[in-house]
Design a protein around this ligand. Structure first.
Ligand SMILES: Nc1ncnc2c1ncn2[C@@H]1O[C@H](COP(=O)(O)OP(=O)(O)O)[C@@H](O)[C@H]1O
Ligand SMILES: [Mg+2]
Length: 386
């Protein structure tokens, strides 16, 4: 661990744990890095702030209520059951996967199943090792510490975390330069639950210190129907089976989106005085909100339309494509493209973005011969994560 990470010179009698709260913001801990919802976007995977409370109400509280993700659920269940038998706090757990699939939910479930208190913080909130030291030193025996977006923690904090995870101990550095001393601090045993959308960005040593890693996958339509049934029960809504599948099919494999679409359909039904929501109601409502049968929203479709209509299917560079749809390149790349790529609608090649045959088909167009040739270009190597 670096000895110079506490940069505030000490006055006599001052302890340098946690130099937060000084109001100084070093680097924006704001929105960088993650996909954000644009104002118009209903089908984005990231929760809006005002949505958090609604989500909290729908969160499954234990493993049995958690729908789908069979493998992760079984494995995590075993880890927790074993530690209960041993009477110890559970191994550290890492949850990785795209936004909206249940990482935060599972972190809370870990605490609930272990009957342990839960402390929540996140990578971006921990800018200095001192911030982490302050959190760690105030944990109680057996507590679960949830660190969201753990890949965005600062390096010095990360190094402090290694030791804390392994030995339940940290060294608090007091003083600066030659006079600096490390004061060892024993920690109570705790369980760290980390969550990340970018497991590939986690340094190996950190990844290795988790006893269990759960990779969350996109949900099948059938699983999303179960999520929706559960939510509808809690919101006291009536839907037909076809109504559930209609919404599930437009939810991009993501429970967060499924629940959000359900709320919009509920609003529509309420205004139209409809008591039981069938497929027609659901599709009319979602058509109005511009979420199409495949879950594409307005931005997704305008990207595809630009590619196809203005560039004959490409290849076209990201920035040109972004200008054509009137968005920032980052928005196109982080908000629209991941889903379009996953659906086999758009390809990324070394020469630019291309529309794949399914895109033409989805827009009801016939793919011209020269566009077929362009679609044969080799794809860019995507760095594999996890
Ligand atoms: N397996 C699941 N079963 C039921 N609801 C789920 C499930 N996974 C996620 N959800 C719902 O989706 C929303 C987002 O989940 P969350 O855990 O916040 O996702 P993440 O942290 O991965 O972005 C929550 O409101 C939660 O109720
Ligand atoms: Mg989360």
């Amino acid at each position: 661990m670096a000895a110079n990470e506490e940069s505030i010179p000490l006055l006599p009698g001052q302890i340098s744990i946690g130099n937060s709260g000084s109001g100084g913001s070093s680097g924006s801990a704001g929105s960088g890095g993650l996909a954000r919802n644009t104002a118009s976007e209903l089908a984005g995977p990231v929760a809006e702030p005002e949505e958090r409370e609604l989500e909290a109400a729908l969160r499954p509280k234990n493993l049995d209520d958690f729908v789908g993700q069979e493998r992760v659920r079984k494995q995590l269940g075993l880890v927790l059951a074993a530690s209960k038998i041993r009477g110890r706090s559970a191994d550290h757990v890492l949850m990785s996967g795209p936004p909206g699939l249940g990482k935060t939910t599972l972190a809370m479930i870990v605490a609930a199943e272990m009957n342990a208190p839960l402390r929540i913080s996140s990578g971006p909130a921990i800018q200095h090792a001192g911030d982490l030291a302050a959190i760690l030193s105030s944990l109680t025996e057996g507590e679960v510490l949830f660190l969201d977006e753990i890949h965005r923690m600062s390096r010095p904090a990360e190094e402090m975390l290694y030791m804390a995870m392994e030995d339940f101990r940290v060294d608090i550095i007091v003083g600066k330069g030659a006079g600096a001393t490390a004061i060892p601090l024993e920690l109570p045993s705790f369980t760290l639950v980390g969550a990340t959308t970018r497991a590939g960005l986690l340094p190996g040593p950190l990844r290795d210190r988790f006893g269990f890693t759960g990779h969350l996958e996109f949900y099948s339509v059938a699983e999303l129907e179960l999520v929706l049934r559960r939510s509808a029960g809690m919101l006291d809504l009536r839907l037909t089976s076809a109504g559930f599948s209609e919404i599930a099919g437009r939810s991009r494999g993501t429970p967060r989106i499924a629940n959000r679409l359900l709320r919009r359909v509920r609003d529509w039904a309420l205004v139209h005085g409809i008591e039981s929501i069938d497929a027609r109601t659901a599709s009319a409502a979602l058509d109005m909100y511009e979420v199409d049968a495949r879950g594409l929203d307005r931005l997704d479709r305008s990207v595809l339309q630009a590619l196809v209509n203005k560039f004959n299917g490409g290849p076209v560079g990201l920035s040109t494509l972004a200008i054509a749809v009137g968005e920032e390149p980052e928005t196109v790349e982080t908000v629209a493209e991941p889903f379009l790529v996953r659906e086999g609608l758009l390809g990324r090649t070394p020469r630019g973005r291309i529309a794949l045959p399914a895109a033409w088909e989805h827009l009801g167009l016939k793919m011209p011969g020269n566009a077929v040739a362009a679609a044969m270009l080799p794809f860019e190597e995507e760095p594999r994560e996890g």
